[in-house]
Design a binder for this molecule. Structure first.
Ligand code: 13P
Length: 251
């Protein structure tokens, strides 16, 4: 049985006051989830505060990006060892917003994934098709290609520990959530292609769905066989909504 993962992605939201406010309220309401991992991907500036506030709980943290070199003249970038030093558990890699606005390529995604493993940070690797691609029935092809490229050169043991997030671009921040069947079909496509390249690691790799996940649609999505959790954007900004999604995944 794969352990579920519910990850919140705050994107470029919250400052020190509102991040701490979230954590205070969330910690009051949150109860340990024995069958599930919960993490929050905060902006770099809030990660240390969250690490400190989550100490002694089972809550985990994630970065939203990182560079593929350990250090160097890369103004504005943050490296895996910097994240590892403060205890960050996960890193989102290849989010569609980074691919679209910051020209991240499949090759860069692959380098970042390898670097994350080198520093024992679990990558949450994002993939997903755009609306025009889906309208041309290209979604299977696009997503398979992104996944194969992201995992190229990894060992089967590493792939088994990786997290893939299927996030159709047309569902992100639009309120147009994929139907549970659409999401399941693509998560199955991903698991099948991973099986072709990495054998039984396909049974262990976690595959999340992301894109307009809300308290009222989370349960149906989380019940699907190949969906092992959610990557939640907007609804993770509110502690009560995020908890409702966690509870929906528990049942
Ligand atoms: P929304 O949940 O706001 O659609 O964002 C999804 C997402 O991009 C998570 O990484």
């Amino acid at each position: 049985m794969r352990r579920k993962l519910i990850a919140g992605n705050w994107k470029m939201h919250k400052n020190s006051e509102t991040a701490r406010g979230f954590a205070t309220e969330f910690l009051k309401l949150y109860q340990v989830t024995p069958d599930m991992d919960v993490c929050i991907a905060a902006p770099f500036t809030e990660l240390l505060a969250l690490e400190e506030m989550f100490a002694g709980t089972d809550l985990l943290t994630a970065a939203q990006n990182m560079h593929f070199e350990d250090q160097g003249a890369f103004t504005g970038e943050i490296s895996a060892p910097m994240l590892a030093e403060i205890g960050v558990d996960y890193v989102i890699i290849g989010h569609s917003e980074r691919r679209a606005y910051f020209a991240e390529t499949d090759e860069m995604v692959n380098k970042k994934v390898k670097k994350a493993f080198e520093w024992n940070i679990t990558p949450i690797i994002c993939c997903g098709e755009t609306l025009p691609q889906r309208q041309q029935s290209l979604e299977d092809h696009i997503v398979r290609h992104q996944v194969v490229m992201a995992l190229a050169g990894l060992t089967d043991e590493q792939v088994a520990k990786a997290v893939i997030a299927y996030e159709p671009v047309w569902a992100i921040g639009t309120g147009h959530v994929a139907t549970p069947q659409q999401a399941e079909d693509m998560c199955k496509v991903i698991r099948d292609v991973i099986r072709m390249y990495h054998g039984d690691a396909a049974d262990e790799v976690k595959i999340l769905y992301g894109g307009s996940v809300k308290p009222d649609n989370a349960k149906e999505l989380m019940e699907m066989e190949d969906i092992d959790g959610a990557l939640v954007g907007g609804a993770s900004l509110d502690p009560v909504d995020f908890l409702k999604i966690i509870h929906a995944a528990e049942n």
